[in-house]
Design a protein around this ligand. Sequence first.
Ligand code: NAD
Length: 412
Amino acid sequence: MLRAISALILENISLLAEFETKEIGKPLKESLFVDIPLAAQCFDYYAAFLEGLEEKSISTEGGIDLIKYEPYGVCASYLPYNVPLMIFGFSCAGALASGNSLIIKPSEFGSLSILELAKHFDKLDIPKGLINIVTGKGETAGKYLAQSNIDIISFTGSRNTLKKIVSLTKDYPKKIICELGGANLTVVFQDADKNAAIENISGSSFMKQGQMCIGTSIALIEDEIYDDFLRQLLEKAKNIKTGDPFDATVGMGPLVSKEHLNSIDMHIKDILKRGGKLLTGGKILKQKGYFYPPTIIEIENMVYEEFFAPVLLVKKFKNNQIQSLVENNPTGLVLQVWSNNLAKAKGLADIACCGTVWINTFAQMSPQTPFGGTKLSGWGRNLGSAGFFEYVQPKHIGIGLAKSPVEGWFGV
Ligand code: NAD
């Protein structure tokens, strides 16, 4: 079944990618070559994972202990708008592989691709009702789903929504695997490969118009290289073409909604009021559509907030400050470190409070590697073997073959 879902995704990829781009605005090349193929790989991965899975039996003095894995039951999977099918792969492949049934709640801003895919589910040889989709607004459909008789929640979205879901489920507490966002740092040491760092910071800040949970929020640049590095970074950002996301030469399409566009504008004004220095961008583009330009702002004080927008904050650091700057961020989901000194980079990776650290790379992720946050960026994992065991509960069955531990306890 998992392999059949993967095949369905790949057979229909052109239309699915077109829908994600039309509805969300991210460039077609991102939907077509990155996001949706990765969704398909997740289902193939868990099919292979199951083939290698063995349930345990342990022989003890008293008998045999079996440990089997059981699903929770009905899993409600909340998807965010920016990568609907990718997160369908991240959360639902593991949930299905472990035997749960699904009620998927896509975002009201990103439902088309999953609904298109769902048209084909009935052709598969799977029980009716195994995979269900509920569309609608978060504060109505999403709310009622959280309060319904489900057994486990896999939530990918913002911290504010998670808080609401936690309070909605307080009378019937259930396990929540939550994948949130945060202010992700990228550290560039003076011994870094500067061209590669600039390419990857631009990519991680401005792909999907910055609507990416793994995007760079703040680039911390060592003071010895700061001015030159920043000059090149600005040049790169200013050259990104904004426009029709179906045009292959375009780097950034429109934002998802007018509300998001306006909220970014307000957020930027607020950062500038708080002392940020605007270096490029920073104003809604006067063209039809919800376009915001690549924006770079220099800051003195750290801002641990997620913009989810094409906005990059930059800050200079001295070598003796970097450890505390990285350690003090409770919101990071990922960290990038750029340095030719692997031991130094690994040192930062070890103390960083986040689920993923990339050293001299960005977005190096696959269905084999666990993905998730720590502290304010979430808990629980999708993908990898960890992403299977999140969705099961082990059951212990002890079979007595000798005298049981309580026999004769009372002496009567
Ligand atoms: P969101 O929190 O607004 O919505 C997520 C889901 O929750 C949607 O399906 C939505 O309909 C539903 N929802 C919204 N309000 C609700 C409510 N009151 N009750 C119940 N359900 C409700 O998030 P978004 O704007 O769609 O996505 C952006 C956020 O997602 C960012 O914070 C980003 O960092 C995060 N994200 C995280 C990951 C990850 O894997 N860690 C991946 C992608 C996005």
